[in-house]
Write a protein of this length. Structure first.
Length: 266
C-alpha cells in the first residue's frame, strides 16, 4: 500500500503571524534604515539614501556608511556638492559602492533640480529618481511619509511570504501585488519591518532556525529543505548576495588586477 502523502499545513493567518512577530522582534535590533528613520531630522532624504545604500549590504555596514555620509553631507544640497569619488570613500564598503555613489549623487541632483530640494511623496515621482525602484519608493513612503497604502517587499519579505504559503510568487514585484490581496490593510506598513527582522535573525535564507521560530507550528515551510539543527551562526553559501567583499576605492578593475597579478607571476 502506498504511504499516505503528508497533508500540507494550511496557510497561517496573516494576523496571527504578525501578532506573534510583533512581540518576538522586540528582542532583536531594528534594520539600519528603520534606525535612520527614527533618528534623523531630514527623514525623507536620509531614508531614501539609506535604502539605496542598504541593497545587498549587511545592516551594520549600511549603518556605518550612512552615518559617515550624513555626517559629511546631511542634505541634498551637500550631497550634490560632493564628487562621486568622495561619496565612494564615505560609503565604502557597501556592496556596489561605485554604482551606488553615482546614484546617490544623481538622486540628490534630481531632487534639487526637479523637486525643489524636497523628496517627492508619490510613487510615480519617486520612481523617476535615479536608482529608485519600488522597494525603495515603498519604504520611503512608509517610513518618511507615514503611508499606510504601501507594502515594501525586499528579499526577506519575498522569501518568508512564500515559505509561509501566503503567496506563491517568483519575484518581489509579484509578491508585493499578491500581499495587497492576502494581508489586511492594517498590516501593510508593518510587513517589511517584521519580516526583515525575522529574516535577518531566524527565517534566514540558508538553514532557517525553524526550531526557534514563534510560528513554527503554523508554518508550512514551503521550499525549506534544510532547517538549521541548532541555534549556531548562519551558514552562507559562497557567492550568496551580500557575501562578496567590495574592492576599496582607487583599486583598479578586477580584469586589470588579474592582468597585473599574472604579469607579476610570470
Ligand atoms: S523559520 Fe521556519 S517556521 Fe519560521 S517562518 Fe521561517 S520557514 Fe516558517
Amino acid at each position: 500500500m502506498k504511504p499516505a502523502s503528508p497533508v500540507p499545513l494550511a496557510r497561517p493567518p496573516v494576523a496571527t503571524v504578525m501578532t506573534r512577530l510583533a512581540r518576538a522582534i522586540e528582542q532583536h535590533r531594528p534594520p539600519a534604515v528603520e534606525k535612520i528613520a527614527q533618528a534623523r531630522r531630514d527623514k525623507a532624504f536620509q531614508v531614501l539614501i539609506g535604502t539605496l545604500l542598504s541593497a545587498r549590504t549587511q545592516d551594520a555596514t549600511t549603518d556605518a556608511a550612512s552615518a559617515r555620509l550624513f555626517a559629511a553631507a546631511p542634505t541634498p544640497e551637500r550631497v550634490a556638492s560632493l564628487g562621486v569619488e568622495q561619496i565612494e570613500r564615505l560609503i565604502y564598503p557597501v556592496s556596489f559602492y561605485r554604482n551606488k555613489a553615482r546614484y546617490v549623487k544623481a538622486a540628490a541632483l534630481a531632487i534639487l533640480d526637479r523637486f525643489g530640494g524636497r523628496v517627492p511623496g508619490t510613487m510615480e515621482e519617486l520612481l523617476t529618481l535615479p536608482g529608485v525602484g519600488r522597494k525603495t519608493a515603498n519604504l520611503v513612503l512608509i517610513l518618511a511619509f507615514g503611508s499606510h497604502e504601501n507594502i515594501c517587499v525586499d528579499t526577506h519579505v519575498h522569501r518568508i511570504a512564500n515559505r509561509l504559503g501566503w503567496v506563491r510568487t517568483k519575484t518581489p514585484e509579484e509578491t508585493e501585488q499578491a500581499l495587497y490581496r492576502v494581508a489586511a490593510r492594517r498590516w501593510w506598513p508593518h510587513i517589511n519591518l517584521y519580516l526583515v527582522v525575522w529574516g535577518q535573525n531566524v527565517c534566514r535564507p540558508i538553514r532557517p532556525r525553524c526550531e526557534a521560530c514563534v510560528v513554527s507550528r503554523l508554518c508550512p515551510r514551503v521550499g525549506v529543505s534544510e532547517p538549521a539543527s541548532g541555534a549556531g551562526p548562519s551558514v552562507r553559501r559562497r557567492g550568496a548576495p551580500g557575501t562578496s567583499r567590495p574592492v576599496p576605492p582607487g583599486t583598479p578593475p578586477r580584469s586589470a588586477r588579474r592582468a597585473s597579478a599574472s604579469a607579476r607571476s610570470r
